[in-house]
Write a protein that binds this ligand. Sequence first.
Ligand code: SF4
Length: 244
Amino acid sequence: MPVSLPRGQTGGKRPPAVGGGLPPAPAPPADLASRKQQAARTVRSLAKEYPDAVCALVHRNPFELLIATILSAQCTDERVNIVTKDLFKKYPDADAFAAAPQAAIERAIKSTGFFRSKAKSIKACFAAIVDQHGGEVPQDLESLVRLPGVGRKTANVVLGVAYGKAFGVVVDTHVGRLSRRLGLTAATDATKVEADLMQVLPKKQWIDFSHRMIYHGRRVCIARRPRCEACVMLAFCPRVGVEY
Ligand code: SF4
């Protein structure tokens, strides 16, 4: 079915690229009120489309979610879930990971990619959790990001999903890409994208918003070939119809 495009859109024709790269994104609305309106439309559409979106990483507690999130860097959630099934049986708590030889962790997580640096991070992270936090995963952003191998994204996942605490917005590749396409930010740096989103989204939406954007990014607003004709945000997305 041909897409009925909003007035003024490009109709799938690629705008002139700068320097041979991707077409330049339209600048997001300059004023905060317009960006907040766009964010509200996005939140409403995604909530209607994906009311039950949740984190796809299988886990039973904050400890397991932290491991799964570290392993998910440059790896699919499906692969991580396969690996963690046996991993969590072998290493059931922070003490077990802190005491495990790094080579054994490497072997167990090899298929998730970047296994040497991930094993190093996991071992150091859980050694710090045992030493400094009594074996419990901390419940605040500041303590989490001080742990080896834990950045803001991982910390926000653990805090939002495992503890239901919104300290920030999880910005992965999908959330960043969709936020730019929808005109909620012009930033490419994840920390700046997060700051822009925190400015325009109500705090109570921070956790669900990311889950829903990730669902939409995987199913519809795909990186190289967005399926705009199937998108619930067709009516108000400034990038509708742009080819990549
Ligand atoms: S799929 Fe198309 S219309 Fe939907 S958010 Fe992505 S670029 Fe915009």
